[in-house]
Design a protein around this ligand. Structure first.
Ligand code: TYD
Ligand code: MG
Length: 453
């Protein structure tokens, strides 16, 4: 029988029978790669034709206690995990090369090991000597972590089976090589096979595994999206290269809330936890400047204050620029459109730059009003009072919508010494001691706060 070829899209995981430059499913270019067939021959026969084992069914009601968790002692990491490490769970930690994944996980392994867990750290990228040097620099050389520099998955699984650790760290999934798959390490097929082997191995043997994954320029973990579906928890380690702040964000968690963040600072001797991120993100703020607005946000279960900075200047280009860092460009376009068509504030012919200070990414729609206020403040050259926070969602009609957790946002602002807040009318909250300026629509903000429009 002729061997049938199969091709998989790198971006969405769609399978096709022929190669093409562009994926029909997701529309991405140059993402289709050939893959060895998973099974061939008689096994391909319909599953329904052969009797399987009858699976015992259970009720929804259960007496079982929630899974026991182990705390690392690194509070920021434990929170992102949903309250500590769950036994036999599979965790993917993604991030740009050089952002600090290996540093974070070596520190985590050392903390867990000092707390009594048996930990094995497998590096496929660095030699043992390099990892030991880093451990020494981080002051961890006496932590009882076992090391291996290896990429052969078969050998790694055999070792883990014999050693029976509580936690195994695989740095990185892209360097692993399964010898039963005929393609190069780092290819879709290898990454997928290695992730599958490691996660099923973890479940079967009661070992927790952490897989490190590099992300591509587009911000996805290299290899198919299916790796994200295989694991219980997906964490992203983000931050700007030039900044010392690093944010560990849970984008998926079967054992806790997603969207939870842990904040770290990269120092000369490793990652230090930041227990009060608001104070840190605002620490570089100076006297009130036009274009600078403090947003009272919620990240996961925690309120975080961050500064939005806008710059609006006449454009020398035929097409004016819109540049954002830390905020969605499409959302910026929407807010500009609402300001233009609902409030009569034109931005045509003006370059617009928007930046979130500190290298954190904000995706909450509650930041709409802070973005609009920063744009207006920059355009009108009018600074808001330095002790005022802003939040609220903007609808396409120009109306302001109340957002969740108003009380928590206001309390955090009061705690950090702010005295006022601009927020949507009908927001639920008692003010927490701040003087509140409630607004029904964006046109009101334009007129009453900035005296424009
Ligand atoms: P690393 O953990 O190797 O990144 P990744 O595994 O994500 O590729 O971190 C690399 C960077 O971190 C490197 O540029 C140096 C910096 N770093 C410090 O600033 N302080 C430290 O104590 C360590 C170990 C690294
Ligand atoms: Mg690394």
């Amino acid at each position: 029988m002729a061997k049938t070829k199969s091709f998989t899209c790198n971006a969405c995981g769609a399978v096709t029978s022929k190669w093409s430059g562009r994926c029909d499913s997701c529309g991405e270019w140059n993402t289709i790669a050939e893959e060895a067939p998973l099974s061939a021959g008689p096994a391909a026969k319909s599953l329904g034709a052969m009797r399987g084992r009858k699976i015992p069914l259970t009720d929804l009601a259960t007496e079982e206690a929630p899974p026991p968790r182990t705390n690392s002692g690194m509070g920021e990491l434990d929170r992102v995990l949903g309250g500590g490490l769950v036994p036999a769970s599979a965790i993917l930690v993604g991030g740009d090369p050089g952002i600090g994944k290996s540093t974070l996980l070596l520190q985590a392994a050392a903390s867990f090991a000092r707390g009594g867990l048996k930990c094995i750290y497998v590096s496929g990228e660095e030699a043992s000597a390099q990892v030991r040097m880093r451990a020494q620099r981080l002051g961890l050389k006496d932590a009882p972590v076992k090391l291996a520099a290896e990429t052969n998955l078969r050998d790694i699984l055999t070792t883990l089976e014999a050693e029976k650790p509580d936690l195994a760290i695989i740095d990185s999934i892209q360097t692993m090589w399964a010898d039963n798959v005929e393609s190069a390490p780092g290819s879709v097929a290898q990454v997928r096979a290695a992730a599958h082997e490691l996660t099923t191995f973890a479940k079967r043997n009661g070992i927790s595994v952490v897989l490190v994954g590099h992300v591509t320029k587009e911000g996805q973990i290299a290899g198919p999206r299916v790796v994200e579906h295989m694991v219980d928890t997906v964490l992203y380690f983000e931050g700007e290269r030039g900044h010392q702040f690093r944010i560990l964000r849970a984008v998926k968690n079967r054992f806790g809330p997603a969207d939870e963040i842990g904040v770290f600072e990269m120092t000369g001797d490793g990652l230090a936890e930041v227990a009060n991120p608001s104070a840190l993100f605002l620490s570089e703020r100076d006297t009130p400047a036009p274009g600078s607005v403090v947003f009272a946000g919620i990240e996961g279960t925690r309120p975080v204050l961050v500064e939005f900075q806008a710059l609006v200047a006449p454009s020398p280009h035929a097409q004016a620029r819109r540049t954002t860092v830390g905020w969605d460009g499409a959302r910026l376009a929407m807010i500009l459109a609402v300001l233009e068509s609902r409030c009569g504030i034109p931005f045509g012919g003006l370059d617009v730059y928007l930046n979130v200070a500190g290298g954190i990414k904000i995706s909450e729609p509650a930041a709409d009003l802070a973005v609009a206020a920063a744009l207006l403040s920059a355009r009108e050259d009018t600074a808001l009072p330095a002790d005022t926070v802003v939040f609220g969602e903007i609808s396409l009609s120009g109306a302001l919508r109340p957002v969740g957790q108003t009380d928590n946002r206001l309390k955090e602002a009061a705690k950090l010494g702010f005295h006022g807040a601009i927020l949507p009318a009908r927001s639920k909250g008692d003010g927490g001691g701040l003087s509140l300026q409630t607004m029904a629509d964006l046109a009101g903000v334009v007129g009453e706060v900035f005296g424009a429009g």
